[in-house]
Design a protein around this ligand. Sequence first.
Ligand code: CP
Ligand code: NVA
Length: 300
Amino acid sequence: MAPKRDFLKIPDLSARETLDLLTLAADMKTGRYQERPMSGKTLAMIFAKSSTRTRVSFEVGALQLGGHALFLSSRDIQLGRGEPIRDTARVLSRMVDAIMIRTFAQDDVEELAKFATVPVINGLTDLRHPCQILADLLTVQETFGSVQDRVVAWIGDGNNMANSWIEAAGLLGFELRLACPEGYEPDHGIYHATKAKTKILITEDPDEAVEGAHVINTDVWASMGQEEEMELRKVAFQGYVVDADLMARAAKDAIVLHCLPAHRGEEITEDVLDGPQSRVFDEAENRLHAQKALLAMLLK
Ligand code: CP
Ligand code: NVA
């Protein structure tokens, strides 16, 4: 039997597998794909943080693939009372066919994957958000045909999303420019492991990052778990705003992405988020198609 596959970070798939996954996701979106690879199968979804898109897309996706998803809030299961992750992994593996987890520490996801005998999917940690990047790549592909010859810009916090974009750039070889305030750069280890693989610029200047870029991407200034830093961050992130002036520097056909939820008037202005270059709601929908393709690949 082939060893189980996990998806804890973007490079857990090869470039070929990622492109195949995007093709499959596009087929699923058009309705061409009609198979039911999750027939009789169950996905357990552990959430230690809030979610709208991730929860709904995995639950609906599992159903559409013929399977079932279980929502497990970490506040309600024994994990929240201190049952070790490794025991949770062993027990769930005896009952379900795959586990998705959204939590704080990437190490906890690695631990879960180490002790689970079924595929484990990272539904967001403080360090990474790989499922969102699959949906983002699908959105870029829908617009431009391919992401590989496009320039992607990231404006704002060097957070879980930024780190996963870096890993995607390294895997697929596109140019990525990140504008982050001093002290809020992406993860050092991820950047250094990736920077030789493609053209990645980290700057403090949003104009430099956006100049002629095709995909303009941002996210909230304070991620889940950083709520207490919000006031400090509001000061640090002044000027890191995706607004009409910044968009004027991008390529004429540039699109705007935001993983959502967004804070209108902070990291992005309302006119840009709701404007003609915004693809944020296609991006949100694409969570469903990309994750269905991921489930089909991991469970086949
Ligand atoms: N983008 C995203 O992951 O959204 P949720 O937090 O609603 O799942
Ligand atoms: N960076 C954000 C993404 C939310 C989907 C967070 O971690 O809260």
